[in-house]
Ligand binder design. Sequence first.
Ligand SMILES: Cc1ncc(COP(=O)(O)O)c(C=O)c1O
Length: 379
Amino acid sequence: MAGMNASSATRQPLDHPAPDARIGRAIEELDTPTLLLDRAASDRNLALMASYFRDRPSKLRPHFKNHKCVTLAKRQMQAGAVGMTCAKLGEAEVLVDHGFQDVLIANQVVGSAKIERLVQLAKRARIAVAVDHFDQVAAISRAATAGNTTVRLLIEVDIGMGRCGIPTSDAVLDLARKIVGMPGVEFGGLQAYEGHLVNVIDREQRRSQSRAAMGLAVETRRLLERSGIPVPCISGCSSATYDSTGILDGVDEIQAGTYATMDRQYFRLAPEFEIALSILVRVISRPGPDKAVLDVGVKGAGAEFGVPGIRDYPDVVIPFFLAEEHVVVNQAPDWLIGQPLHLIPSHACTTCNLYREMVVHENGVVTDVWPIEGSGRLA
Ligand SMILES: Cc1ncc(COP(=O)(O)O)c(C=O)c1O
């Protein structure tokens, strides 16, 4: 072809980027540390949770903060979710940028810069946000009115967690009365998260305690309804309580997150879901006969819920000390220098937030690379 030399003939057109060279390779050949997702295991988790709610009145609004990956969120929507939950405005922006139309920020959005972003977002999608103080409501109302849009407000009820939220029904009623009729805002219902109980290991105790806690939100709902304020929704619950609080009469939306990827801590709580997330690491040093050092530390593995585990080596215990870039194992088997291992993080959500992509595999072979678009979106 005239004017085309050998190098331009092999160049990829910009709208068809070259496929990732890792696709088709065995995961053990990948560079480390790499965040891995077992697609079949994650798919089974998504299907199990979706099928649980398919014929129930309450519906899934999965929490994006677990994986922050748009591809996974789209798969959750395809499995039947009614929308997504976010912890941060920046996460919601990522979702709306990728076409999501119904997003709840289950957190307080405060300060003029953020409220302006919130209003801009509400012009592009159906956005709801948690509130627990009249000052937030007034600021959002003013900005939304000026922006000619409407923001849905869910009043957060503190049902025992002691984080954000209003602890008494009367105060919730008072704030709801003020919201109803204010311009630029719409009363969307109640936000209630039983986060202080999701880690109760005994499932029966978790069930009864979390149902009692969520019952406080339902009582508040009934008070508002008796007072003539319709409550469109109670949104809350988690991957560890979906089958207890999630089926309570009066609860509408389940904000479960971790079930999509799972982690070491959640596997103790809800073993019906599979651990799909791991970090491929390598042995980089054998300083003594029993000692091995792996090439990831707290900068690559969220450790708030304890140390990571090592897949296929359940008896090897990592001591609590995790350095920035190293894990030291004191009773190491006969691992070789360079040997790949799969670390199972104790906390998937903070782990995913540390990576820009997850490498997806099936039966140990890379099939895809999914960006983690919401990674690092802290504001
Ligand atoms: C507001 C809120 N809703 C729901 C969840 C539940 O998510 P998960 O299923 O990952 O525990 C959380 C977890 O932190 C949360 O903060």
